[in-house]
Ligand binder design. Structure first.
Ligand code: NAD
Length: 270
């Protein structure tokens, strides 16, 4: 309970999906101030009104996390309007969902900027205050796609691979220079928020958004280095490390149907 009590939390992509659910649950757990960043004005206003209607202290900012000027300006505004951020949840993410050769150059930058670079730039804005106080928690929502190659996901995989590598390196740095600053990296399999509508998963269960939010929150409270879901994803690094690539292709890719999971991908319909 005390992890969130009277704390100030910033969630990017907090106007929908697991970001919104986490915001609600963390407020229920006693957070003092909730800051939401999102690019979707309509959803953001709706979410802010909804949470304020329940008596919570909510501050919302329309921010495109891929736009560095907006990130810097909004971070300054947060510091003057609200104060120091105790827990930053880098959650905003996007997927394009087509073969690599079908991507435009703009598509490539779109995913890389939102899913990888933005996490670093936003963290850079809030980290110094955390280091100086030797206190804080940064939670980076990556994906199991940051550990498994998959057709129709190459850029998404690349961006999440980058996010994991950066996030866990940052953890090691903080353990060396500011032990009070915690870093958690989250690597979920598919979650039924709409982001991956149309995907098919034959064996590994698709995670329910509520369950995903609960697991991430528990991971923050227990200061987990990695939060993976469902539980099979905990075995992934081991299986990948042990099996020769062609065997992995055969068992996980073909046997489990992972490599065909994106074949009927639609994504958000609106
Ligand atoms: N849904 C899944 O299957 C799944 C699986 C693994 C990891 N993830 C990751 O979890 C995170 C949340 O996913 P979700 O399923 O809740 O997604 P979602 O699409 O339901 O919500 C994402 C939110 O991010 C916001 N957003 C998108 N681009 C933005 C930008 N440029 N600036 C600011 N906000 C922006 C959207 O408006 C939306 O409110 C993402 O990082 C995603 O990659 C999702």
């Amino acid at each position: 309970m005390s992890t969130f009590k009277r704390k100030t939390i910033l969630i990017t992509g907090g106007a929908a999906g697991i970001g919104k659910i986490m915001a609600h649950k963390i407020l229920e757990l006693g957070a003092g101030k909730m800051i939401l960043w999102d690019i979707n004005k309509e959803n953001l206003e709706f979410t802010e009104a909804e949470l304020k209607g329940q008596g919570y202290n909510v501050y919302s900012y329309i921010v495109d996390v891929a736009n560095l000027d907006q990130v810097k300006q909004s971070a300054q505004k947060v510091k003057s309007d609200v104060g120091k951020v105790d827990i930053l949840i880098n959650n905003a993410g996007v997927v394009v969902g087509k073969f690599f050769h079908e991507h435009t150059h703009k598509d490539i930058d779109f995913s890389m900027n939102i899913n990888a670079s933005a996490l670093m730039h936003i963290t850079r804005e809030f980290l110094d205050d955390m280091i100086n106080a030797n206190e804080g928690h940064i939670v980076n929502i990556a994906s199991a796609a940051g550990m498994v190659s998959n057709p129709k996901m190459s850029i998404y995989c690349a961006s999440k691979w980058a996010a994991i590598g950066w996030s866990d390196s940052l953890r090691l740095e903080m353990e060396r220079i500011a032990k009070g600053v915690k870093i958690t990296t989250v690597t979920p399999y598919y979650i039924s928020t709409g982001m991956f509508d149309g995907v098919k998963s034959r064996i590994i269960p698709i995670v329910k958004p509520e369950k995903a939010a609960n697991k991430i929150i528990r991971g923050i409270r227990k200061n987990r280095v990695f939060v993976r879901m469902p539980w099979l994803v905990y075995l992934l690094p081991l299986i990948k490390g042990v099996l020769p690539t062609r065997w992995f292709d055969l068992i996980v890719g073909k046997g489990f149907g992972v490599y065909k999971s994106m074949d009927e991908f639609k994504g958000h319909t609106k």
